[in-house]
Ligand binder design. Structure first.
Ligand SMILES: [Zn+2]
Ligand SMILES: [Zn+2]
Length: 271
């Protein structure tokens, strides 16, 4: 990348945990059904690191709240809103919020982002408000309150819809994948170590993409598999693809001083 190219810092903010999971509960084709495979829950923030990035801050995904954590049996570590404040990002001042998809664990806290424009793929909004939600098995990963907030934001002209690829800040692009949900999107970010892809649930774990082993919650296997290829095409290497729920992320990347649940993804992994 040239000196004039925009560069960003990327933070992964871990806010919840789900210990009681195995390969058998996470994968369609587990190698070892009983092998432990816990999930972590994250929101991500990117922050302009040079002049070319124009001082832009973008938040990717907004997480769930304490009540949802209790209802669905997840271990709540902290509010993702407080996690953002911990890196000096006040949610009420954020201008751009990207929803990778509308699943319950990614799409809460709409009211906290009072000034934000919400970036969403047409296909995801269609999916979470359409006929598939008449089926319990397909609406289970959605919260009707989140979907209702999304509709309210549409009526307030605060949703920026995308249909495929879009540049939302200098050098930062969104890419439609689908696969896991009807209109899941991923985000590509230029950093000092190269192009990083925030895959969200296009790959819950590195295991999913590296072993070509699909997560059990699925909309289209074909598009999920194509999404793995797209992540690899857009990223500068296997460690530049950041999975959405892998506890290895906080183990491998440099932690912020005094905050073991926040790591820097624009720096090379240390493990
Ligand atoms: Zn999901
Ligand atoms: Zn998820």
């Amino acid at each position: 990348m040239t000196a004039a190219a925009p560069l960003y810092e990327i933070f992964a903010l871990r806010y919840a945990h789900f210990a009681d999971r195995t390969q058998g509960s996470n994968l369609i084709f587990p190698d070892d059904h009983a092998a432990p495979m816990p999930l972590d829950f994250f929101v991500w923030a990117i922050r302009g690191a040079n002049e070319a990035a124009g001082g832009r801050t973008v938040v990717l995904d907004t997480g769930f709240d304490a009540a949802a954590a209790q209802r669905r049996g997840r271990v709540w570590l902290r509010s993702p809103m407080d996690a953002l404040r911990g890196i000096s990002i006040e949610p009420a001042e954020v201008r751009d919020v990207v929803l990778s998809h509308m699943h319950w664990d990614h799409a809460g806290h709409w009211q906290d982002f009072a000034k934000a424009r919400f970036h969403l793929q047409d296909a995801e909004m269609t999916y979470c408000t359409g006929r598939c939600m008449c089926h319990e098995i397909m609406r289970r990963p959605f919260e009707v309150e989140h979907v209702t907030e999304a509709v309210r934001a549409v009526f307030a002209e605060r949703v920026k819809f995308h249909a495929g690829t879009a540049e939302i800040a200098p050098g930062v692009t969104l890419h439609l994948v689908g696969g896991h949900s009807g209109g899941l999107q991923i985000m590509r970010v230029p950093t000092a170590r190269g192009w990083v892809v925030l895959a969200s649930d296009a790959a819950h774990f590195w295991h999913n993409i590296r072993r070509r082993s699909p997560f059990s919650l699925l909309h289209s296997l074909e598009r999920m598999a194509e999404g793995w290829l797209l992540c690899e095409e857009l990223a500068d290497g296997p460690d530049h693809i950041i999975p959405g729920h892998d506890p290895e992320v906080t183990r491998r990347f440099p932690k912020l001083a005094g905050d073991p649940d926040t790591v820097r993804l624009d720096l090379p992994p240390t493990a």
